[in-house]
Design a binder for this molecule. Structure first.
Ligand SMILES: Nc1ncnc2c1ncn2[C@@H]1O[C@H](COP(=O)(O)OP(=O)(O)OP(=O)(O)O)[C@@H](O)[C@H]1O
Length: 322
């Protein structure tokens, strides 16, 4: 599979008189293969928008290597601009224009045949309202018009920063269907999003960034399966024994969350480890089930661990890894 986006060791430091120095990217890596819908996930301020801006040649990196569609960025940015569509900032529209007028204007400016207008209006589901003024559109319709503008030139790569931000559940679903349709039409889509349930349903692969570094990546199935067996639900024959069981498991370095009638145990890969620790205390399990881990769980696990790890490192006086 060929890589449409390849980022190696990317660094970016912002310097300003007002805010001082901020390291937004600290040796970040990312690979996106052709034809994928790739989810780009990270907490607020972790470096997603900065990365997307570097990919688009809008911001210069301080170090590292970036290739987009096989070409070096920013050197080749002007050459590949036509093959890359993006929605990375709040789109601006002329409120008195209709969707059709807006797209026709962009076609003329970009030397795209006007026949493309109806095609993209159909694709984003705006054909029925194409002649209405944009100021009468809902937020979801405006977002879909913004995507239409980004795909007008039929790019090979589409980069979207939070396209479903602020949309209601129906709007989110329409946006998901649209992303899928775009990928099915042969486009590679990079999608930064905080809506993790959506990403899990829609994306083929993900990169998770925290504090300017990659902390997880791979196909959604792989990322989930790597962490899938680390959490278990445990019930005992008597609920009165839960407190004693929680103490015994915690003493064996397992992480415990106590619910009314069960324990959630994490940090263990094999169920046998749980039953062994409990049996040694004459506590007997009545039910032991793996708790399905979702992308949200993995995200919280990886991003918390990454930030906590870096704080430990910073607090270690010798600089040795804690
Ligand atoms: N123009 C700028 N000047 C100074 N610092 C900046 C600038 N842009 C971003 N930063 C800082 O760089 C870091 C990464 O920001 P970035 O916007 O890339 O994160 P993000 O992951 O996109 O966040 P969000 O999910 O909130 O959009 C943050 O600490 C941010 O405050």
């Amino acid at each position: 599979m060929s890589a449409v986006v390849e980022v190696r060791g990317l660094r970016k430091t912002y310097r300003s008189v007002r805010w001082g120095t901020r390291q937004a990217l600290d040796g970040f890596d990312m690979t996106v293969h052709a034809g994928e819908v790739h989810g780009f996930l990270g907490p607020n301020g972790s470096g997603k928008s900065t990365t997307l801006r570097v990919l688009l040649g809008l911001t210069r990196a301080g170090g590292g290597e970036v290739r987009v569609l096989g070409e070096p960025v920013p050197r080749a940015s002007p050459r590949i601009a036509r093959r890359v569509g993006a929605l990375v900032e709040s789109p601006r529209f002329f409120p008195h224009f209709s969707a059709w007028d807006t797209l026709a204007l962009l076609c003329d400016a970009g030397r795209v045949p006007r026949t493309r207008v109806d095609e993209v209006l159909e694709l984003v589901g705006l054909r029925d309202r194409a002649r209405d003024r944009v100021r009468t559109y809902s937020l979801g319709m405006r977002q879909r018009l913004a995507v239409a503008m980004a795909v007008l030139k039929h790019p090979d790569l589409l980069i979207l920063d939070e396209p479903a931000n602020g949309l209601d559940p129906a709007g989110i679903r329409q946006m998901r269907d649209l992303m899928r349709a775009l990928a099915d039409s042969g486009m590679t889509v990079v999608l930064a999003s905080h809506i993790l349930g959506e990403v899990q349903q829609l994306c083929d692969s993900v990169t998770i960034i925290s504090d300017g570094r990659r902390v997880g990546s791979g196909s959604v199935a792989d990322v989930l399966s790597r962490h899938a067996s680390t959490r278990w639900r445990v019930r005992l024959e008597s609920a009165d024994e839960l407190a004693a069981a929680a103490r015994a498991l915690a003493a064996a370095n397992m992480r415990i969350t106590a619910l009314d009638d069960q324990l959630v145990v994490s940090g263990v890969t094999r169920a046998g480890e749980i039953t062994r620790v409990l049996a040694l205390q004459s506590l007997y399990v009545s039910e032991l089930t793996p708790d399905p881990v979702g992308l949200e769980d993995v995200f919280l696990l990886l991003t918390d661990a990454s930030v906590a790890g870096r704080h430990r490192l910073a607090e270690t006086p010798t600089g040795a890894v804690a």
